[in-house]
Design a binder for this molecule. Structure first.
Ligand code: KIV
Ligand code: NA
Length: 275
């Protein structure tokens, strides 16, 4: 199948075809998800999911570049979107463009950044440098302290209004698509209706143009970590641990390796040893 491009993803909304995006953080995961999804996000959620941080704030450009490069080496046909981490797009435009453009040089086709109308000049500057930008509104994890925790956004009247206005401003600034996270389903439906660009929801109800989840959440790889907006489709942790336990039991019982996993000794070499 042909590689998914930014214009193709935008066309999905017009065609009424829902977009499927999931995170991946290395080449093996990229190969796992690529046959299934339309877009792959190398999210800064790599900080929580893979690197053991409590939130995404400590994630650096160096960490992101490491994971973007790994995913890009899998040469996915899905659209590869790279998440700009905290402080990589807040300081000045030159640094922002260098960071975002660096993602494209490493094989991403687009970048994602969090925030509302305050990001409009940044989005415009990136678009002028031929860098497609995915916006991200609502429960934006990099705003953890400003929000006072990971809380659903846009429930109060003025919050809902602001999210709709922010969405319009981001579209106007040149975002090609928008992630809506942790907002009421009805608000996400309104935003999706008002925008031309596709919305991709996570905890934002069924009316978005598509959905995104963290891969480890879909596959049940992180037991004891399940938000309301997650549906787990496989007991990945249980399945993988059972496989591992079978191997460990075989090792301990002397059943692994067997003949099939061992190398035979050629006759000549055996004779040489016997000398
Ligand atoms: O970092 C991430 O994984 C994300 C998505 C869940 C939207 O930003
Ligand atoms: Na993110």
């Amino acid at each position: 199948p042909a590689p998914v491009t930014v214009p193709m993803l935008q066309g999905f909304k017009a065609e009424g075809r829902r977009i499927v995006m999931v995170t991946a953080y290395d080449a093996a995961m990229a190969r796992l998800v690529d046959p299934v999804v339309d877009a792959i996000l190398v999210g800064d959620s790599v900080g929580n999911v893979c690197l053991g941080f409590d939130n995404t704030l400590p994630v650096s450009m160096a960490m992101m570049n490491h994971h973007v490069e790994a995913v890009a080496r899998a040469r996915p046909r899905a659209l590869l979107v790279a998440d700009l981490p905290y402080l990589s797009y807040h300081l000045d435009l030159a640094e922002t463009i260098r960071n975002a453009g660096g993602f494209l040089q490493r094989g991403a086709a687009a970048v994602k950044l969090e925030g509302g109308a305050a990001r409009a000049p940044t989005v415009r500057a990136l678009a002028e440098c031929e860098i497609p930008v995915m916006g991200h509104l609502g429960l934006t994890p990099q705003s953890l302290h400003a929000m006072g925790g990971f809380k659903v956004q846009g429930r109060a009247a003025e919050g809902a209004r602001r999210i709709l206005d922010d969405a319009l401003r981001l579209e106007e600034a040149g975002c090609f698509s928008l992630v809506l996270e942790g907002i009421p389903a009805e608000l996400a439906a309104r935003v999706t209706e008002r925008l031309t660009i596709p919305t991709i929801g996570i905890g934002a109800g069924p009316a978005c143009s598509g959905q995104v989840l963290v891969l480890h959440d879909v596959l049940g790889l992180l037991p004891g970590r399940k938000a309301k907006f997650v549906r787990t489709y496989t007991d990945g942790y249980g399945l993988l641990q059972a496989g591992l336990a079978d191997w460990a039991a075989d090792v301990r019982a002397g059943r692994f390796p067997g003949e099939a996993e061992s190398y035979a000794m050629p006759e000549a070499a055996r004779a040489a040893l016997d000398d």
